[in-house]
Design a protein around this ligand. Structure first.
Ligand SMILES: CC1CCN(C(=N)N)CC1
Ligand SMILES: CC1CCN(C(=N)N)CC1
Length: 330
């Protein structure tokens, strides 16, 4: 089998939302596909009304195919301090024409304020590895892991775009979705993530390549590109008026500043070009005077995060069959 589903950026490409159908008859939710986690959780009939602000809620009692996973519970906390928790049902889940009949659907009986405020986001689907799933007493496998053996190829691809809809595809590689060739690099999944190491980077079209291994995760659920502080400092040295502002929680610069492109090396002789335009995330003030950088430090995380600022510049192959990541220009 193969599948393809559209994924639509929210304002400033802060996150991408993807339609997912759960249960019988189908209940349609808009889900944040997150390759940096491994739980599929949704707003539900069990989420207190005071914590719901317009989100679509999955109601297992209205699905003839829902079965409660007795005794199973979950709770999860994300890098930004947001969190959610609840219990678990097994139900039919369909996305992009592929479906799995008994997917663990983690229903939220509690969500933090960040999720309540994220009014178009009805839940998250983690596509990292099941080893970091948070359901207890027995961990659950991800939608992709459940599908894997039935897919034409044991892989999925992400084609996120800047300010436009893109696609997640399952089981095949769309040759029309990228230019040139795909460079593959090994994935180390021992921490449960799509973790890989870039050999280095280049700042600006005429910059010199800097050999400096950067270990990080390919993460569709993180908005920005989070790299070691030495790399980030070197980049913003090239941006007039840029400074680290603790009050804003990162590097900020005048919105009219000229931003150099940033090249992330892949394998022996390939690199992904992030256009300067992608290196500005959003205004920090209502006048739109100063802007928050799309590149920030990975301080405190333990590894770098190749988030949407990077991923939307590439065609990305998450190849579980060969434990590797494929990257191509587009
Ligand atoms: C290591 C962290 C990366 C960001 N997260 C995520 N995309 N779910 C949380 C884990
Ligand atoms: C990885 C997740 C971090 C938390 N999120 C949020 N606050 N809207 C969603 C993505």
């Amino acid at each position: 089998s193969t599948g393809s589903v559209v994924t639509t950026p929210q304002q400033y490409d802060v996150e991408y939302l993807t339609p997912v159908t759960i249960g019988t008859p189908g209940q349609n939710l808009e889900i944040d596909i997150d390759t940096g986690s491994s739980d599929f959780w949704v707003f539900s009939s069990e989420t207190p009304k005071s914590q719901v602000d317009g989100q679509t809620c999955y109601n297992p009692n209205k699905s003839s195919t829902a079965k409660k996973l007795e005794g199973a519970t979950w709770e999860i906390e994300y890098g930004d301090g947001s969190s959610s928790s609840g219990d678990v049902y097994l139900d039919k889940v369909k996305m992009g024409g592929v479906n799995f009949s008994s997917q663990a659907v983690e229903v939220a009986s509690k969500v933090s304020a960040e999720f309540t405020a994220d009014t178009n986001n009805d839940g998250l689907m983690g596509l990292a590895f099941g080893s970091i799933n948070q359901v207890r007493p027995q961990k659950q496998t991800t939608f992709f892991e459940n599908l894997q053996s039935s897919l034409d190829k044991p892989l999925f691809t992400a084609d996120l775009k800047s300010g436009a809809p893109g696609h997640f595809n399952f089981g095949y590689i769309d040759k029309n979705a990228y230019t040139g060739s795909i460079t593959y690099t090994p994935v180390n999944s021992t921490q449960g993530f799509w973790m890989w190491t870039s050999p280095g980077y280049t700042i600006g079209a005429s910059g010199k390549f800097k050999s400096s291994p950067i270990e990080g995760i390919a993460d569709t659920g993180t908005t920005l590109l989070l790299l070691p502080s030495s790399v980030v400092k070197a980049y913003y040295k090239n941006v007039s008026g840029a400074s680290y502002q603790s009050s804003n929680g990162g590097y900020v610069f005048p919105c009219d500043a000229t931003l150099p492109s940033f090249y992330v090396s892949v394998g022996d002789d390939a690199r992904i070009k992030i256009p300067g335009k992608y290196m500005s995330y959003a205004p920090v003030d209502s006048q739109g005077q100063n802007c928050f950088g799309g590149l920030q430090t990975d301080d405190g995380i333990g590894f770098s995060i190749f988030g949407d600022v990077f991923l939307k510049a590439a065609f990305v192959v998450f190849d579980a069959g060969k434990e590797r990541l494929g990257l191509a220009a587009k």
